[in-house]
Write a protein that binds this ligand. Sequence first.
Ligand code: NAP
Length: 280
Amino acid sequence: MKVGVTGATGQLGRLVIESLKSKVAANSIVALVRNPEKAADLGVEVRAFDYEKPDVAALSGIDKLLLISGNELGQRARQHSNVIEAAKSAGLKVIVYTSLLRADSSSLSLAPEHAATEVAIKASGIGYTILRNGWYTENYTGSVKGAVAAGAFIGSAGDGKIASAARADFAEAAAVVLTTDKYAGQTLELSGDSAYTLAELAAELSAQTGKTIPYQNLPEVEYAKILAGFGIPEGFAQAIASWDASASKGDLYDNAKVLSAIIGRPTTPLAKVVADALAG
Ligand SMILES: NC(=O)c1ccc[n+]([C@@H]2O[C@H](COP(=O)([O-])OP(=O)(O)OC[C@H]3O[C@@H](n4cnc5c(N)ncnc54)[C@H](OP(=O)(O)O)[C@@H]3O)[C@@H](O)[C@H]2O)c1
């Protein structure tokens, strides 16, 4: 059985390849990437594959495909449809797709593209498992060094509880799902075992650094302005602030512990991801 992984040169994709290599022979894994030079170190077969113009021949011999959602917001539903069409033409048996927590009801602006892709996968007649990935803890811990320098952690998530998990946890779940038939036809809501508010994240940061770093909650518009002031393009700054506003409504919260059940261990604690971010 051959497993294909798109986006294998991305942050999640690299971790999926690593996890797959610990479960199956490296020669049964194919990295499908738009930039093959970036994939030379993966240690598996590499084929060129772009969501804009996916090559049906690149899918030849692949039984299960992990479609890692792209990162060009607004283009993804169309790009993913291209991939699903190519998979259909190639006679692929199973697509595993990285979607979003409660993609069909979430207020996150990211949700509609994921929901559209889920519909397209189901309509294709190809077997599937949908991985509705919750937030990566790294989305927040990416800014801890800036918060330490500024003396405050800012955001717009209010008291919203965030049940995030490390990228590596989601990657391992994808590798498990790709190497068993146990989850065929399922839509899995994946999240971290424990949840925190941004005030609790700031408290963890304070404890680990020995500095007082309070959480400062800001109105969405003000937070977006500050992010844009850091040089983040305005549209993206507004999107980030809006995701926090969705978090404040509970859209990043879940407590079903499906992710840890799949990977057979607890998800990575917040403290560990914060420590890694401070050390990195
Ligand atoms: N759950 C969450 O919290 C969360 C957060 C951020 C993102 N995401 C989603 O999860 C995905 C994976 O996350 P990540 O952290 O690994 O993101 P990432 O590092 O940005 O990786 C995205 C991958 O998609 C590939 N890609 C983008 N457009 C493509 C195209 N037209 N054709 C072929 N490949 C294309 C990229 O290729 P290159 O390597 O060539 O650039 C990259 O490998 C993201 O793309 C996004 O959809 C989820």
